[in-house]
Ligand binder design. Structure first.
Ligand code: PLP
Length: 455
């Protein structure tokens, strides 16, 4: 029998954890948690704690933990056919069925879904498809990708470059030269407090126009953005932002990639963020909510217009030289089918809208008048509480402040997991879409108590 002490030691001595302070962890400092189970919105660990997970893992366990419908579908698929590849027209009943289910839910102008494993590789696929597309159209110079500061698109070489957070660039020699960044649609941190939302949208458009003019539209292939900025601070866009940005992109013949890794399959209270904000993307990235993380699976959904060019490209050049061994893995596909069925059956898209709005209201009631709460914002089942040093002057804590992390620590002691978002004192909430109103009240209450303890 493995004791907690042995596991803990093996962990510290052998396991290279992602997104972790390596030195501290190896020295036995910092958090360590060995998770053993989960049900609904709660997880349990080996120390006997039961915690309300108000971040759904990494905003991915959308249907909640312990869903036997999905684990049984995975087990059945593993017994019948654990693996076969999807190259050269091969597939499995599960991968074909899931492709149909995804396309039935995707916006009407989309044509096909390419399956990968995680959000990062799906965005790598998107960039390759965009470059291929422009090469087929005979415009080899049109290759740069515009991303936003504070955007998060993954941790690969290209996707880490697209990510607009310094932490993911520092000492990695990123971003790569093909990536350029523009203003984040972050109204709370607008450059001039006197700006209205409409002024700020005009400012974002102006910044984009200036960037395009400086680089040359004939060098720019695409613009990538999350419908709601996620890891960069959970920031819904100001009203009219996407409409205004899309007009600029259309004028310069620049493709739009909607990175819906977080927003896809219901988190905003709509099936896709693109539906929610009237976006008409050329590519949509999906991952987390596709399987609720019961198995790794992602996808790039391609528009009809793009699909036609890609297909013509292979008529001219032969097989598309892009594939992963695990593309459309049957076990991931089986998990995806059971997951999407469950989302429909339990009405989770509607619940994300309804209970998400309730959670945002409960936060506003519990924290709204706290002297260090600068902003409470959200959309659907996403909520952020931004802490400030001075609310009246909107002065931020200094860049090295860890106030958000301290509040999250105080919440953890009270049995609720929130996330201190990187770069900024922002508490992030993205619970499973099955959250109840009672659980939302509990999260808001614990946040208020923890805030009072720390500030
Ligand atoms: N895109 C967005 C919007 C994300 O939030 C994430 C992960 O959080 C990714 C891409 C990368 O996905 P993955 O971690 O599965 O590679």
């Amino acid at each position: 029998m493995l004791t907690n002490d042995i596991l803990s030691q093996w962990d510290r001595e052998n396991f290279f954890h992602p997104s972790t302070h390596l030195g501290q962890f190896a020295r036995g400092e910092g958090a360590q948690r060995i998770v053993t189970g989960g049900e609904g919105c709660h997880i349990t660990d080996r120390d006997g704690n039961r915690l309300l997970d108000a971040f759904a893992g990494l905003y991915c366990v959308n249907v909640g933990y312990g869903r036997t419908e999905i684990s049984e579908a995975i087990a059945k698929q593993a017994r019948e056919l654990a693996y076969y590849h999807a190259y050269a027209g091969h597939g499995s009943e599960a991968s074909i069925t899931l492709a149909k289910m995804v396309m039935d839910r995707a916006p009407d102008h989309m044509a096909r879904v390419y399956f990968g494993l995680g959000g990062s590789d799906a965005n790598e696929t998107n960039v390759k498809l965009i470059w291929y597309y422009n090469n087929i159209l005979g415009r080899p110079a049109k290759k740069k990708i515009i991303s936003r500061w504070r955007g998060y698109h993954g941790s690969g070489l290209m996707t880490g470059s697209l990510t607009g957070l310094e932490l993911f660039h520092k000492k990695f020699d990123l971003p790569l030269t093909q990536v350029i960044h523009t203003e984040a649609p972050y109204y709370f941190r607008r450059p001039d407090l006197a700006m209205t939302e409409a002024d700020f949208v005009a400012h974002c458009v102006d910044e984009l126009e200036k960037l395009i003019a400086a680089e040359g539209a004939d060098t720019i292939a695409a613009f990538i953005g999350e419908p709601v900025l996620g890891t960069g601070g959970i920031v819904p866009p100001p009203a009219g932002y996407w409409e205004a940005i899309q007009k600029v992109l259309a004028r310069h013949d620049i493709l739009l990639v909607a990175d819906e890794v977080v927003t896809g399959f219901g988190r905003l209270g709509s099936m896709f963020g693109s539906d929610h904000y009237g976006m008409k993307p050329d590519l949509i990235t999906i991952a987390k909510g596709l399987t609720s993380a019961y198995a790794p699976l992602s996808g790039s959904i391609v528009s009809s217009a793009m699909w036609e060019v890609l297909a013509r490209g292979t008529d001219e050049n032969g097989v598309l030289g892009h594939g992963w061994t695990y593309s459309a893995h049957p076990i991931g596909a089986a998990a995806g089918i059971a997951n999407l069925d469950l989302i429909d059956r339990l009405g989770l898209v509607e619940n994300a809208g309804k209970t998400g709005a309730y959670l945002n209201r409960a936060m506003a009631v519990a924290l709204g008048d706290h002297a260090h709460v600068g902003d409470i914002r959200g959309e659907g089942m996403l909520c952020a509480v931004e802490l400030v040093a001075d609310r009246e002057t909107r002065t931020f804590f200094d860049a090295s402040a860890t106030t958000g992390a301290k509040v999250v620590g105080a919440m953890l002691k009270r049995g609720v997991i929130a996330r201190a978002m990187p770069q900024g004192d922002i508490l992030g909430f993205a619970p499973p879409l099955c959250l109840t109103e009672a659980e939302a009240d509990h999260i808001a209450g614990v946040t208020a108590e923890a805030l009072r303890e720390v500030l």
